[in-house]
Structures are given as structure tokens and as C-alpha cells.
Design a binder for this molecule. Structure first.
Ligand SMILES: [Zn+2]
Length: 241
């Protein structure tokens, strides 16, 4: 699977870093983890068919993770009408809010768009990609997502309260080819106890703020002894796992 980081900033956009939005491509299908920035623009820029989007999975409803969903649903509603993605949100109020917003734009929702609410456990399986949701404590109804495709496993932590309390628990024999984690709410070195005794191939830190950036480099130095690759995400970074 190819993972493209379209937006890697924390709650506030930084110069050259948009808010959280990650695109996953598997065998021509496209999936999003968070849409804090207008992903529709990125699809058009990359000449990716909007019909290829099969799933949008929001970790939590804070605007830096969800604002781009409004423009995406808007244009899928009236223009890219053959697109038929599953949109999975932690709070189904998002559906009603976007529906109300489209009323205000005078282009009301005129077709069926599949929204459903995230629940812990397996939330999506189209035969190519499986997603499992883990409840976190960043806010009311926030989730981490485990993505499995093509024999690879990638964990997106979403925003956490602190890895010591809400880093997703999974069996110790789960091999994580990639962990995509944030560093905007705590020292990144707080991850270290959670990374010990786990089979992790690579760690990518995104959604980081200047305040905690020094701790990200401390984390990277510490895990290099554990033979784990590391990368600091910047917008448009691509990782193939
Ligand atoms: Zn955030």
C-alpha cells in the first residue's frame, strides 16, 4: 500500500504543512484517514479519479481532522455523483451537520451518501483493506485505526491523550509494519515504553508541533537501537509498505 501524507500539521496549519489528512492507495482504490484539509483538491491535482475513493475514516471530529470532509461531500453530492465511498465518522452528528450546511449552500443533499458511526472493533472490510478501530481518550469519541492490506499492517494512532493511557493495545505478536503517530500533546518519548517488545518496522511521526519536536528526535535516537526506521512526515511524503 502507498501512503501519502497530504496534511501533517497539528491543530493549526503551519507554513507548508496543512492539517491532518492521509491518503492510502491499494490496488487502485483510495482510502483516507482523516480529512482535515480539502482532499478533493489533492485528488484533482494528482489526477486521481474521485470514484476511486472507497472509504473515508475520521479519527475524531476536531476540525483539523474533519474540515475537508465538508468540501468532499459537497462535490460528491452534486458533481462526482458516481463516487460511492463509505464515510465512517466517530459521531454521526457530522452527517446531519454537513446535510444542514449543504442546505445553506442551496445545493442540498440530493443523493444517498453512506455515513456511519465508528464503533470499536472491525469497522471496514472490502476484501482488499480491513480497518479496526480502537477507542482513545483524546476527546469524547476518538479512535486509532489499524489498517491491514496486502499482508501489511499500519497503525494510525490519531490524536492521543498520552501513550501511557491510550496507545492501542493489541497482541504482542502483531507485527506493525508502520506506526503513524502524533506528537502535539505530549513528549514523543512517552511512546518509548509502548514501543518496547513490539514488532515495529517503521515509525512515522506526523501531526507534530514545534513544542514537542525536540522530543521527536530524542525518540528517533532511542528507537534506532531497536532497529526501527523513523521518518518525520512532511506534506506530500509518500511511504510504500
Ligand atoms: Zn488534531
Amino acid at each position: 500500500m502507498r501512503i501519502t501524507f497530504l496534511g501533517t500539521s497539528h491543530g493549526v496549519p503551519e507554513p507548508n504543512r496543512k492539517c491532518s489528512c492521509t491518503m492510502i492507495e491499494v490496488a487502485g482504490n483510495v482510502y483516507f484517514i482523516d480529512m482535515g484539509t480539502p482532499a478533493i483538491d489533492a485528488l484533482r491535482t494528482r489526477m486521481i479519479e474521485v470514484d476511486a475513493v472507497k472509504g473515508v475514516f475520521i479519527t475524531h471530529m476536531h476540525g483539523d481532522h474533519s474540515n475537508g470532509l465538508i468540501s468532499f461531500v459537497d462535490i460528491v453530492n452534486w458533481y462526482f455523483r458516481s463516487a460511492d465511498p463509505d464515510i465512517v465518522v466517530p459521531d454521526l452528528e457530522a452527517y446531519h451537520a454537513i446535510k444542514n450546511w449543504l442546505e445553506v449552500t442551496k445545493v442540498p443533499l440530493g443523493r444517498k451518501i453512506r455515513f456511519r458511526e465508528t464503533t470499536p472493533g472491525l469497522i471496514y472490510d472490502d476484501g482488499l483493506v480491513r480497518l479496526t478501530a480502537f477507542l482513545t481518550q483524546h476527546c469524547v469519541k476518538s479512535y486509532a485505526y489499524l489498517v491491514e492490506a496486502e499482508g501489511k499492517t499500519v497503525l494510525f494512532t490519531g490524536d492521543l491523550r498520552n501513550p501511557n493511557v491510550d496507545f492501542p493495545e493489541m497482541t504482542t505478536d502483531t507485527k506493525l509494519d508502520l506506526v503513524v503517530c502524533e506528537a502535539a500533546h505530549f513528549e514523543a518519548t512517552d511512546y518509548l515504553p509502548r514501543f518496547l517488545n513490539k514488532k515495529i518496522g517503521k515509525i512515522c511521526v506526523n501531526h507534530y508541533s514545534d513544542r514537542y519536536l525536540p522530543s521527536v528526535f530524542s525518540l528517533f535516537a532511542a528507537v534506532s537501537d531497536m532497529k526501527i526506521c523513523t521518518v518525520l512526515a512532511t506534506d506530500d511524503l509518500e511511504i510504500v509498505v
